[in-house]
Design a protein. Structure first.
Length: 318
């Protein structure tokens, strides 16, 4: 029978089979789960700090050999249809149950995404904990659980996971900075900064870590502490442009004179630094030191040099 003469019921059956196959291939198929972009990935990325390296696909020994039976395919298809219709609670419950039954971390990850998409923090934490349990070597799973712990006010649990991530990080200061930026979304700003302090203790003798603490203190509304940390960073790295600029920016509102002095000392050591010079000039203008500011923007020539601008006379015939 020609394809165009297929009965409508037969077409529906074929469509359902195709959808089931597509769902199973995307979630449990041979394709790498890291290559599949889901509709909850954006929310997940906003919750967990960006990893130092690209997200790794699930390890082969972390993924069980799941039998794609007809019943499992039907449940996956039903869950995806529910998610597309906005029935996130139903889809989440199905994925979480299937993850527990199959022990497949990819299904737990999908449940986590659906819960985050529905802004269900408690359910997201439950699914993320299962995801981390099923894939203990996944940095993405560990970061997500840690951030959800912090968002739930469970800072001790978050500290344990974040500490392990810092120990294996190639650049602990950069990893701490990513954690600090993620913690700014916590409702408990004081608790988040206390967690950041605890995490920074083993690494606090570097200027980079002190600057991370300065950013964390500023986010928590602790301006005096932020200035203190920025000043410590300048002392540890007097040639660091970032440290000098950060300290001056934090100080300009409450201690303009101190901010001016900080940039002046930096420019003495680094006279060719452009951004600190411009920032210094702006602070001088705010302090009404216009002559000094003009020197910073356009340095005066030596006394014996000819004037920059000279009067030009028009000679007839030329």
């Amino acid at each position: 029978m020609p394809e165009s003469q297929l009965h409508p019921a037969s077409f529906v059956v074929r469509s359902a089979r195709f959808l089931a196959g597509a769902v199973s291939l995307a979630i449990l198929g041979c394709a790498s789960p890291g290559s599949r972009a889901s509709d909850g990935s954006a929310v997940l990325a906003q919750t967990a700090p960006a990893p130092a390296t690209p997200v790794e696909p699930a390890r082969a020994d972390d993924v069980p050999d799941v039998d794609l039976s007809g019943a499992l395919l039907y449940q996956l298809m039903a869950a995806e249809v529910a998610a597309q219709r906005g029935e996130l609670g139903t889809a989440y419950a199905v994925y979480l149950k299937l993850a527990r039954d199959t022990r497949d971390p990819r299904l737990a990850r999908r449940a986590t995404e659906l819960a985050l998409r529905g802004r269900a923090l408690g359910e997201a934490l439950e699914a993320a904990k299962l995801w981390h349990q099923l894939a203990p070597r996944s940095s993405e799973a560990g970061q997500t659980v840690a951030m959800l712990y912090a968002a739930s006010g469970k800072f001790d649990e978050a500290h344990a996971l974040f500490s392990e991530q810092l120990k294996v990080a190639a650049q602990p200061a950069e990893e701490l900075g990513r954690i600090q930026r993620a913690l700014t979304r916590s409702q408990d700003r004081a608790g988040a900064f206390a967690l950041l302090e605890r995490l920074a203790q083993p690494y606090g003798k570097t200027a980079e870590v002190r600057l991370v603490l300065a950013s964390g203190a500023q986010a928590a509304g602790l301006n005096s502490r932020a200035i203190e940390e920025a000043k410590a960073a300048v002392e540890l790295a007097p040639d660091s442009e970032r440290a000098a600029m950060t300290a001056a920016q934090l100080m300009q509102g409450s201690d303009r004179r101190g901010a001016i002095d900080t940039l002046a000392r930096h420019l003495e050591r680094n006279p060719k630094a452009t951004d600190p010079r411009l920032a210094y000039a702006r602070l001088l203008i705010a302090d009404k030191q216009y002559t000094a500011a003009r020197r910073m923007v356009t340095p005066l020539p030596p006394p014996c040099s000819p004037p920059i601008f000279s009067e030009r006379r028009v000679v007839p015939g030329m």
